[in-house]
Design a protein around this ligand. Sequence first.
Ligand SMILES: [Mg+2]
Length: 397
Amino acid sequence: MRIEAIDLFYVALPVITRTADGTQDSLVVRVRTDNGLEGWGECDASPLISMAAYVMPMSHSNIINISEALIGETLNSPEDLVHLRKKAADYGLDIQQLDHAISGADIAMWDVLGKYLDEPVWKLIGHSSSHKKLPYASVLFGNDPDETHAIATSIVERNFQAAKFGWGPMGRGSLADDIALVQAARDGLGPSTKLMVDAGVIWGDNVDAAYERAVKFADLGVTWLEEPLKTEEVNAYKKLGERIKANNINIGIAGGEGADFYRSADDMMTNGGLDYVQIDVGRIGGITEAKRVADRAKALGIQYVNHTFKSHLSIAASIHVFAGYKSFDIIEYPAGNSPLILDLTAPSGIFRDSNGFVQASDAPGLGVDVNLETIRKFQRSVHIEIDGQILFKSSQP
Ligand SMILES: [Mg+2]
C-alpha cells in the first residue's frame, strides 16, 4: 500500500493551566493509505511546533518537512517502515524537534501497518508474546500534604496497586516540606501500595539535595525517585546512583523522559547509571526508536518503563514497545481528569483487568480506535499561510 495523506489534528482543552500536566493538549497524527486504511499516532510535544515540522517549506537539503518524505511512499512491511522513518530523519536532519514530531507519524505507520498485515504491533516489532503490566496511577502532587493525601485516598478507592506523585510543590520548599508531601502520599495509599516520587528535575545538578531526599523517601517505602536532576546532568546522575548504592539506600533512580533521541537515552543508561529508564514514545521518535531503547535497556540490565502523560492512544503505543519483556512489568498510566486521556479513544482503550493489570492488545495495529467526536470537540483551528500560499488548514477528521 501507499501512504496517501498525513492529517494533523491539534486538540486542546478550552483552558490551559501552568501545571506540569501534558494531558491538556495534543497533536494527533493520522496516516491514510491508498487501500482505505488509516493509522493514528500522538506526539508529546508542543503541537504547533510539531505541526510545522510536517508542513514548513524547505530550507535546504537537510530541512525538508516530514510529509514530503512520507507521502506517496510504499508501506508493506516493518522493513519499509524503518526505511521511511530513516528517510524522514534524513530529510529533517537539521530540524531541532524532528524526533518529537515524527513520533506521531511513526506510531501511526505502525498502527496502519498492523491493520494491513493483520498483526498486533508488538509482534511486528519483534516480540513473541505480550505480558501483563502493573499500571501505576500517575498524578501530580496536591498543593499541600492535605490535598496530596486526598488524591492518594482516591487512588486507593479506584483500586490502583501502585501510584506515582510528581511535580507540584516538590522541591520548592524545605526538606521537611518535601518529606511531608511524600508522607501524606504514603499515608493516603497505605503501606502496601507501591509508591514512586517524581521530582520533576527540580534539583538540577545538585547531587546533595537529591541524595538527602532519596534517603528520607527510601524510609517511606518509595520504589524510585524520578528525575531528581536534569536530563543533561548525566555525571550528576552517576554520582547520585553511586552514593545511594554505596550507602545501601533502598531506592531506585529513574529518568529518561527528557531523552528526545535514542543516543540521549543510551547516554543516561550507559553513563548515568539509571535503575529505570523512562521513555516517551511520543518524544523519542516513535515506536521504532523506543523499541531500540527497550532492547538496549534489556542488554544493560536496566528496567525500561514508559513515560506517558497523554491519552490512551499513547498508552497503547507505549505498551506495545515493551510488551514482550516480562521483567519490564510496570507501566505509567495517566489517572487525571482530562477528557483527552480517555475520550480520545473511547470506548476503546488500555483497560485494567479484574486483577488490575493491563496488556497490549492482540488486535491488529495498536488495538485502540480514535474517537472522531472527541477530536471534533477539542480541535483547534489552525491556518498556516506564507505569501498567500496556504501550507496548512485544519480539516474535519
Ligand atoms: Mg516524570
